[in-house]
Design a protein around this ligand. Structure first.
Ligand code: UD1
Length: 420
């Protein structure tokens, strides 16, 4: 197994190029199941989760011709409709194939994703919505078995909770349904917006894109003549590298970014005293005179993202004063706290609220990554810690950050990948 070793208290300078967004690419790859033609996806992040989904599609009979940052997918020979446990257990987002396979073939089996490190994460809302669209759903031997032999029917769906992959799944199912489907309380994340825009440009009319009420005009089951496209920049990767500049309190620029997707994150940097300068595609973070504490509540887009919570928690250890971070989306998303405490952070946890008293002098330690974003918080803490930090179990990190150590090395950070 690999681990990352980094030297703390370093200087950082220069530019980091942001990759395509993993969370946008995943539903877009699943969307290829609905395509009549081969589709070419560029600005694809070269990360493990993308390879996992491409393997899943290949196992189902699709042809995936992947280069480092692009892929051509041909699903014309896709014939299997079962996403098996061995793949789904490694990536919950595999559930994204349920809607499109069911819509195209009238049946689909997907291994039921279990709980994960950050909480229970049920998929009940995906299933309830598909039932409303006329599917029969059974749970048998750990599998979701969905059937809709006559095709799916458009209907009115009201999500009890906003769900990102749930919205994406139902939008894709609705694209091939008979009639129109209205989703109320839809996710408005940029990744969902891109999925809707590509479908809309490919001939599936979608009203209300980017709002909480989306109407998808289904085409009655015909495969779609899909356009080629480039994946939007990863707003979470962007936010993470801005945190690297911030935690070292030095200037850093990220390129190939989309500042419009980072509104809530950039304003938290400003509240903490950092300067932010941006163009259409670059963002620079400028040092703060004094890093101020912050209050953060994670919520659905456009509010502050839960996927940036761990990184800001690490950053708050360097603020002068008491910061409060409230996690509203996942019940168990503070696993990084105990590792940060081992590095000397002063953090009190009370349910889903973390109170961080800064500034703490962190010291390098052996720490263990517990989930994707928790891993990046440990790297950030390692950047300011005194001495050497070894971050173990970085397979979590490799799921979602492309070439993290190379990108950090390029801005002067002493970090290397080693074998246990
Ligand atoms: C997506 C992102 C993940 C991000 C999360 C929240 C992808 C691949 N992953 O995950 O990085 O942290 O959004 O922004 O895009 N819920 C239910 N029932 C359901 C579905 C969800 O109760 O059927 C709950 C979840 O447990 C959670 C909340 O709804 O508490 C939001 O989850 P959801 O938006 O579905 O997260 P994901 O789409 O899995």
């Amino acid at each position: 197994m690999d681990y990352l070793q980094l030297q703390g208290s370093q200087s950082i300078s220069g530019e980091i190029k942001i990759s395509g967004a993993k969370n946008a690419a995943l539903p877009l790859i699943a969307m290829s199941i609905l395509a009549k033609n081969n589709i070419q996806i560029s600005n694809l992040p070269n990360v493990a989760d993308i390879n996992t989904l491409l393997t899943l599609l290949s196992n189902l009979g699709a042809k995936c011709n992947k280069e480092t940052n692009s892929v051509e997918i041909d699903t014309s020979k896709l014939s299997q409709t079962k996403a098996t446990y061995d793949i789904v257990k490694t990536m919950r987002a595999s559930i994204l194939v349920l809607g499109p396979i069911l819509a195209r073939f009238g049946h689909c089996e997907v291994s039921l994703p279990g709980g994960c490190a950050i909480g229970q994460r049920p998929v009940d809302l995906h299933l309830k919505a598909l039932e409303q669209m006329g599917a029969t759903i059974d749970i048998k031997s750990g599998y979701i078995e969905a059937r809709a032999p006559q095709g799916l029917k458009g209907c009115e769906i009201i999500f009890d909770k906003i769900t990102v992959t749930g919205t994406a799944n139902i939008v894709m199912a609705a694209a091939l349904a008979h009639g129109k489907t209205t989703i109320t309380n839809a996710a408005r994340e940029p990744e969902v917006v891109q999925l809707c825009e590509i479908l809309d440009k490919s001939g599936i009319k979608i009203d209300g894109i980017g709002t909480a009420i989306i109407t998808v005009h289904g085409n009655g089951g015909k495969l779609i003549d899909m356009i080629d496209f480039s994946v939007i920049p990863d707003r979470i990767e962007a936010g993470t590298y801005l945190c690297a500049g911030a935690i070292l309190n030095q200037e850093l620029t990220i390129t190939n970014a989309e500042p419009k997707h980072l509104g809530a994150v950039l304003s938290k940097f400003e509240e903490m005293g950092f300067g932010i300068e941006h163009t259409d595609t670059t963002i620079s973070i400028l040092p703060a005179e004094k890093i101020k504490p912050v209050k953060i509540i994670t919520q659905e887009y456009p509010a502050f993202p839960t996927d940036m919570q761990a990184q800001f928690l690490a950053l708050a250890t360097q603020a002068d004063g008491v910061s409060i971070i409230e996690e509203r989306l996942f019940e168990n998303r503070f696993m990084h706290v105990s590792e940060l405490q081992r590095m000397g952070a002063d953090i009190t946890l009370n349910g889903h609220i973390a109170t961080i008293s800064g500034k703490s002098e962190l010291s390098g330690a052996d720490v263990m990554a517990t989930d994707l974003r928790a891993s990046s918080a440990l790297i950030l803490a390692g950047l300011v810690a005194d001495g050497i930090t070894n971050v173990h179990r970085i397979y979590h990190l490799d799921r979602g950050y492309e070439s993290l150590e190379t990108k950090l090395q390029n801005v002067g950070i002493n970090i290397k990948r080693l074998k246990e």
